[in-house]
Design a protein around this ligand. Structure first.
Ligand SMILES: Cc1cc2nc3c(=O)[nH]c(=O)nc-3n(C[C@H](O)[C@H](O)[C@H](O)COP(=O)(O)O)c2cc1C
Length: 179
């Protein structure tokens, strides 16, 4: 069973989430490849996990294109999607309105039409080196201890549930990356 974990990330935090998912799947004995959505396709995969950082309510372009371009393959294999973004209050207590900005409705509609097995929103991390007025204002207005809202145990648990769905029985390895 070859699993492709593929992602779109601007500032690296979604890439680290994808790597952690890949690491957990590896620990379950699956054959895993973790690649940017920019330079991969699903041709060699038996299952796919696709994720993107969310900016201004949208997935990044490489992940949007992957979902569209690989749709014929995805509809014939098990696949899952994740979005990463919220931090601070929005990560812990999202309102209805926040939710629309955390998981783009059009992405979800398309993924559902292809038979996506599951979807999830993970907390994100604000840029560590903000550029421009907006990023700097976001960082300034967010308390330091809530700027990175990635929940590594939730991420690993989600990956483990996928490993089980793909038929892996038990965790045979120790994680390689300790996040
Ligand atoms: C300018 C800007 C706009 C953002 N817009 C959203 C948004 O609409 N929804 C959301 O959930 N997160 C939003 N975020 C948070 C990012 O998705 C979060 O920082 C994410 O972890 C970035 O991932 P990356 O490091 O992989 O690029 C925004 C962040 C910035 C800096």
């Amino acid at each position: 069973m070859k699993v492709l974990v593929t992602y779109a990330s601007k500032n690296g935090s979604t890439e680290e989430i994808a790597e952690t998912i890949a690491d957990e799947l590896l620990a379950y004995g699956l054959d895993v490849l973790c690649r940017s959505a920019h330079d991969t396709d699903a041709s060699d995969a038996d299952a796919v996990i696709l994720g993107s950082a969310v900016y201004a309510g949208r997935w990044l372009r490489p992940a949007r294109h992957f979902l569209k371009d690989q749709s014929d393959r995805l509809r014939r294999m098990p696949f899952w999607i994740f979005s990463s973004g919220p931090f601070g209050e929005q990560a812990t207590r999202p309102t209805e309105d926040d939710l629309r900005w955390q998981e783009p409705p059009r992405v979800l509609t398309r993924a559902e039409s292809l038979g996506v097995r599951g979807h999830v929103v993970f907390g994100g991390r604000l840029p560590t080196e903000p550029h421009g007025f907006i990023e700097n204002a976001m960082v300034r207005n967010t308390p330091e201890d809530t700027r990175d809202a990635r929940d590594w145990s939730a991420i690993r648990m989600w990956a483990a549930s996928i490993a089980h769905e793909l038929g892996a029985q038990e965790r045979i390895g120790r994680p390689v990356v300790s996040a």
